[in-house]
Design a protein around this ligand. Sequence first.
Ligand code: SAH
Length: 213
Amino acid sequence: MKDTFTHKGMRKRLVETLRAKGIANVAVLEAINKVPRHWFMDSGFLDHAYTDKAFPIAADQTISQPYTVARQTELLEVNAGDKVLEIGTGSGYQSAVLLEMGIAVYTIERQNELFKKTSLALPKMGYRPKKMIFGDGYKGLEEFAPYDGIVVTAGAPYVPKPLLAQLKVGGKLVIPIGEPVQIMTVFTRKSATEFEKTEHGEFRFVPMLEDKN
Ligand code: SAH
């Protein structure tokens, strides 16, 4: 897998686009500048890899739009060494961005075909999540909880309770909620029983589905 000067140049322009759209977190922009997004898409789609658009991957799923990945990562407010649970591994691109930031990544995918493909592909690129799990993200991943952040990368009809329960105090759940359009919503855990909710605009995701297949 190549990452040429052309790719790097295209990526720099993408980062400038994201900055212009309001992404301010330097660690996030640097991570996007480092991850070769074209590796996460089938070859032949190079021109699309560095435009700010979502794109189809296997099994009717999409690699999220770079702006969406950047915004969700920024909203997590995590730092190197923190522990993040991702729901919806998909292509693995969001995982790679978090790994570039020095985050310990735990990620769950419910689609078996994608799970198999991405769990082979990510380590080959040098990206090693702590755990890649084939399972249902509605349940979270109790075994390794609590997390500094949880990011849901599919559109959720409601907030799964286990995800709130698996946050550290001070941790954030970043989750797009609603149908057919989602409101990017952040829940910050204030104490064992209290959560603060903030909303961050409209986004469109593929649906978060129950159970695995
Ligand atoms: N983070 C991904 C985005 C993939 S799209 C990326 O960077 O490419 C959303 C993904 O969520 C899809 O792969 C879909 O199969 C998965 N998904 C949907 N419902 C899920 C659930 N309940 N548990 C885990 N993954 C789920």
